[in-house]
Design a protein around this ligand. Structure first.
Ligand SMILES: NC(=O)c1ccc[n+]([C@@H]2O[C@H](COP(=O)([O-])OP(=O)(O)OC[C@H]3O[C@@H](n4cnc5c(N)ncnc54)[C@H](O)[C@@H]3O)[C@@H](O)[C@H]2O)c1
Ligand SMILES: Nc1ncnc2c1ncn2[C@@H]1O[C@H](COP(=O)(O)OP(=O)(O)OP(=O)(O)O)[C@@H](O)[C@H]1O
Length: 272
């Protein structure tokens, strides 16, 4: 198989892991390429994630959740991906560093994957990006509320004031949405999680909406707001902005290594 290794490069351990893992995978008969930023740390010629998504069979990410979110975002075409935890929480990672080499070396095609719903976002009618965890519309001025209107398949569903609104996925239900009071959603379910941030009215509650729906969020107030995708891409929103969120036709493809989602919930989130 052709495997592309991606790594965070902000400290030595993942860089050293990337080198030793690469050697182990080559010894096991795999073709190994490195993404640009880790390649330059190791003195190799790298590949871009956008291009390699058309030729690699698997992406291996050395890092935490942010590194996995970044890698999924940078893939032009979704291909199987697996994270090796080199972060603080690593909820989206499924392999620990100590065992990653032997497990990955033994892989062969076809790979077993677990599709993870992603979302696409349009701003004022133009595609602006996609997300695996969530899209957040949030006030640019702390302690100033925004006024929202939401529409499900063109029909008005709510009008409320809040600091912000999370439109999340089941994968993102254990991230910001959970901290904001949303439900933990089995990632095998395909649905949107709508969670208001500090709503003015207690009646503004989290909602679970079918993934076949089209969700429009309109900003009624003229106060400054921002759109944040997976906590990593940030955009200023103009007055009376309209954002349309849909299920992406391309889910992320998490390599199935037998890790139970609920085991991870128990292990990683209850101990935090
Ligand atoms: N109050 C909060 O809990 C809060 C606030 C902002 C952002 N976030 C989350 O952080 C994500 C970005 O992650 P990052 O690592 O680049 O930023 P980061 O470094 O700020 O990490 C945020 C924390 O969220 C965890 N996390 C991220 N995705 C997760 C998931 N799907 N399930 C469980 N935990 C998850 C990360 O492990 C990290 O501990 C955003 O998508 C958002 O969901 C959480
Ligand atoms: N190769 C890279 N080039 C630039 N930025 C990167 C690269 N790899 C990771 N990052 C960014 O660096 C940060 C690394 O954070 P990451 O989430 O991987 O680790 P962590 O925050 O320690 O762990 P966790 O998110 O699991 O708590 C992320 O924001 C990610 O987007």
């Amino acid at each position: 198989m052709k495997i592309c290794i991606v790594s965070r490069v902000d400290f030595r351990e993942p860089i050293e892991t990337a080198q030793s893992l690469g050697w182990m995978l080559v010894d096991a008969g795999h073709e190994v390429v490195y993404e640009d930023s880790i390649a330059s740390e190791l003195g190799y010629t790298g590949v871009s994630l956008s291009n390699v998504s058309f030729s690699a069979d698997l992406i291996v990410v050395l890092g935490g959740d942010g590194s996995v979110l970044r890698a999924v975002r940078m893939l032009t075409r979704q291909i199987p991906i697996v994270g090796v935890n080199q972060g603080r929480v690593g909820f989206l990672t499924d392999l620990e560093r100590e065992h990653a080499g032997e497990i990955l070396a033994g892989l062969s095609l076809p790979l077993s994957v677990e599709p993870r719903m992603r979302i696409t976002i349009e701003y004022d009618g133009e595609p602006i990006g996609s997300a695996l965890n969530e899209a957040v519309i949030v006030t640019s001025r702390p302690a100033k509320m925004l006024q929202f209107e939401t529409f499900i398949n063109g029909r008005k569903s709510a009008e409320f004031r809040a600091d912000g609104l999370i439109v999340g996925t089941p994968t993102g239900s254990t991230a910001y949405a959970m901290s904001a009071g949303g439900p933990i959603v089995d990632p095998l379910i395909e649905a949107f999680v709508l969670v208001p941030l500090a709503p003015f009215m207690l009646s503004s509650r989290p909602h679970l909406i079918s993934s076949s729906s089209e969700i429009e969020v309109r900003l009624v107030s003229s106060k400054p707001a921002q759109l944040v995708l997976d906590g990593q891409m940030q955009y200023d929103l103009g007055e009376e902005a309209s954002l349309v969120v849909r299920k992406s036709p391309e889910p992320a493809l998490f390599l199935d290594v037998g890790r139970s989602f609920f085991e991870k919930v128990e292990q990683k989130l209850r101990l935090l």
